[in-house]
Each structure stands twice: as structure tokens, then as C-alpha cells.
Design a protein around this ligand. Structure first.
Ligand code: NAD
Ligand code: TYD
Length: 351
């Protein structure tokens, strides 16, 4: 079996669902259930003995040691993190505690577990660390996309914390030989994304007639990847990646934010007619806002044969439909802590 951390979050839940749709190999899912962890994402697995959910923190070494001893996973897929840049600007502490200290604690326990394995089990063990393209910093408009050797220049507390965790993972491979792999992926979108991130926030706000807050001039560029494509890339890296290597994962889909918002308004207008464009509102920019991210995903294609399946047009249509069909999920999220966060946050940006 495999151990997934953060499997109740956006990418984690998609990963667990995808994994169990394709294989009967059980998953132990360790998640702290922060505001971003939502077990409703995994409701379709209720009663499925292949999914073992453990409520816990990656900082809790004793709990992880017990888990490893009990279940003997052949791999750890590490997704647990604080993941939202705006939150990291307001309250960076949790990012340091989970993304840096938590990753260190998990790595350290994984190392002792791996060292005690023998023969084939030791050889086959993998620690896959799921990271972000934001560690590379910001690109000018015409600069070439990030390759795996691009220098780390993180600009937000979020990206700095992820960069630190990447460096620790690298060090555990280099110093101790732990068979680690690092993936640096661009912005994901799809089902179950918490509606604080750009795409779900715009869909959810538009459907309830709320303003669509575009930071600054809306010309910041992100490289969008449909979440299921990210999941297939992680599976491929686990299966065939070389320990010690880093793989960039991207969608070959660079778009400025304002274009994304217009595409969402057009799609919503087609599927649930109303004038959504009039809700667009330019608001105060995010401090230190990175201008452009772009991933050069040629290495993973060349070495592991992975390419995304979805185009932005097909992926965004599926995503908008999903949010339209799952308004109960959105309502459930809204009744939680999310409401408090969005109120204080939006007031600031509305300036
Ligand atoms: P998310 O915020 O939706 O989910 C994070 C999950 O981790 C939640 O279920 C949360 O409860 C859990 N968690 C947080 N702290 C924990 C702790 N201390 N112990 C155990 N569980 C904890 O995040 P996401 O968007 O699904 O991102 C998953 C991973 O992928 C993160 O490492 C993130 O940096 C990376 N990533 C995300 C994107 C993106 O666009 N969302 C892109 C590239 C990389
Ligand atoms: P986000 O989804 O938070 O991801 P990240 O900051 O990790 O790239 O934001 C994506 C882009 O959208 C980013 O340039 C900030 C911008 N943005 C807005 O313009 N308005 C919003 O309300 C949000 C949440 C993001």
C-alpha cells in the first residue's frame, strides 16, 4: 500500500480517488483536516476498505512511526501543506510549521523506516514530495519557462516555505540516500478545489452574484493544469522516476488572470445564463504578487512519457460543470470557517 499525506485536500482527494479508480492497492490517508481538508471530498469511498483515513498531523512523529510499522507502505506521497499564498501573507506561521517543520519531521521518520527495510523493499521504497513552480520565483513576459535547473527565488511566505521543504528533501537524498523524488507543478484547477483560489472563487462568487475580485491589472500569468493530469503525472513519477531527480509538471497553458475570469463568465453564461461579466471588479493588488509562472515540462515528457490529456478548454468546461452540479458541496464549505476568512480578506482587497 501507499501512504498519502493531505489526501482530504484538493489535489490529495483527487489523487486518492484516481488511485483507487485504477488500482486495488490500498491508500492510507493521513490528514490534519485543516480548513482545507474536507472528508466530503472522499464520500464516494465510504465503506471502501481500500481507503484508510487517519486523522493526524505530519508533525506527529510518533503517530507516523506507528502507522509505518502497522501498514508497511511501499511509498509516501507527500501532499500535506498550507497552500494558499494570500493566507501565507496574512499568517505565515502555519506555513513554516507544516510546510517546513512538518516536512522535516515526516522525512526524518521516513528515513528511519526506510533504513530498517531490507533488500527489495528498501530498494523499491519512494518518497514523492509534491511541490510547486512558485519556488522558482517570477518570470518576465518573454523569459523562457522554468526548467528543473532554474534557480530558486521564492517571493511569498508560501513559496519560501515550499522551497525550504524541497531543499530538505534534496538533502535527505544527497546525505542519507533516501529515495526521494520532487515534483514542481504549475497552478491546478478542477473538482474539490477550495473556493479561495482564483478559479473556484470566481465560479462560486459569480453564481451567488458577488463581485469577482481581480487583483491589480489582472495581467499576471499562470500556467494552468487540470488536476487529474497532475495526479497522473505523480503516479508516473512514482512508477518510473529516478530517485534524487526533480520533475516539472505543467499544462502548456499560460493565461493572464483576466482572461481566465472572462472564460469562466462566458461558460457560466452558456450553462446557467446571466450577465456575469458585470461582476468583475479590479481590487488592490496582492503584496509581492508574482507576475508570471510558466513550466517547461519537456523533461517529464522525454524521460517518463507523460503529457497532459486535457486542454484548458476541456478542463475548464468540466470544472465549471462540476461546481454547477455540486452546489451542496459549496454550501457545506461556506457554512464553515471559509465564511469568516472570505469576509476579512475581501474587505481588505476591496480597499
Ligand atoms: P489544499 O490546501 O487543498 O490541501 C492541503 C491538505 O493538507 C488539506 O487536506 C489539509 O487538511 C492537509 N494538511 C495541512 N496541514 C497538515 C498537517 N500539518 N498534517 C497533515 N495534513 C495537513 O492543497 P492542494 O491545493 O491540494 O495542494 C496539495 C499539495 O500540492 C501542496 O503541497 C501544494 O503545495 C502542492 N501544489 C498545489 C498546487 C495548486 O495549484 N493547488 C500546485 C502545485 C503544487
Ligand atoms: P491563486 O489561485 O491564489 O494561486 P497562486 O497565487 O498560487 O498562483 O491565484 C491565481 C492568480 O489569481 C494569482 O495571480 C492571484 C490572482 N487572484 C485574483 O486576481 N483574485 C482572487 O480573488 C484570487 C484568489 C487570486
Amino acid at each position: 500500500m501507499i501512504l498519502v499525506t493531505g489526501g482530504a485536500g484538493f489535489i490529495g482527494a483527487n489523487f486518492v480517488l484516481d488511485w483507487l479508480a485504477q488500482s486495488d492497492e490500498p491508500v492510507i490517508n493521513l490528514d490534519k483536516l485543516t480548513y482545507a481538508g474536507n472528508l466530503q471530498n472522499l464520500a464516494s469511498l465510504e465503506g471502501d476498505s481500500r481507503h484508510i483515513f487517519i486523522h493526524g498531523d505530519i508533525n506527529d512523529q510518533q503517530k507516523i512511526a506507528t502507522l509505518l510499522k502497522q501498514y508497511h507502505p511501499r511509498a509516501i506521497i507527500h501532499l500535506a501543506a498550507e497552500s494558499h499564498v494570500d493566507r501565507s501573507i496574512h499568517e505565515p506561521e502555519a506555513f513554516i510549521q507544516t510546510n517546513i517543520v512538518g516536512t522535516f519531521r515526516l522525512l526524518d521518520i521516513a528515513y528511519y523506516y526506510w533504513k530498517e527495510q531490507e533488500g527489495e523493499a528498501q530498494q523499491a521504497f519512494r518518497f514523492v514530495h509534491v511541490s510547486t513552480d512558485e519556488v522558482y520565483g517570477s518570470l518576465c513576459k518573454d523569459a523562457p519557462a522554468f526548467t528543473e535547473t532554474h534557480p530558486y527565488q521564492p517571493n511569498s511566505p508560501y513559496s519560501a516555505s515550499k522551497a525550504s521543504s524541497d531543499q530538505l528533501v534534496r538533502a535527505y537524498h544527497h546525505t542519507y540516500g533516501l529515495p526521494t523524488l520532487i515534483t514542481n507543478c504549475s497552478n491546478n484547477y478542477g473538482a474539490f478545489q477550495f473556493p479561495e483560489k482564483l478559479i473556484p472563487l470566481m465560479i462560486v462568487n459569480a453564481l451567488s452574484g458577488k463581485p469577482l475580485p481581480v487583483y491589480g491589472d489582472g495581467q499576471q500569468i499562470r500556467d494552468w493544469l487540470y488536476v487529474k493530469d497532475h495526479c497522473s503525472a505523480i503516479r508516473r513519477v512514482l512508477q518510473a522516476g529516478i530517485p534524487g531527480e526533480t520533475y516539472n509538471i505543467g499544462g502548456w497553458n499560460e493565461k493572464p488572470n483576466i482572461e481566465i475570469v472572462h472564460i469562466i463568465c462566458d461558460l457560466l453564461n452558456e450553462l446557467h445564463p446571466a450577465d456575469y461579466h458585470k461582476l468583475i471588479k479590479y481590487v488592490t493588488d496582492r503584496p509581492g504578487h508574482d507576475r508570471r509562472y510558466a513550466i517547461d515540462a519537456r523533461k517529464i515528457e522525454r524521460d517518463l512519457g507523460w503529457r497532459p490529456v486535457e486542454t484548458f478548454e476541456t478542463g475548464i468546461r468540466k470544472t465549471v460543470k462540476w461546481y454547477l452540479d455540486h452546489q451542496d458541496w459549496v454550501a457545506n464549505v461556506h457554512s464553515g470557517e471559509y465564511r469568516k476568512w472570505i469576509e476579512s480578506h475581501y474587505q481588505e482587497h476591496a480597499g
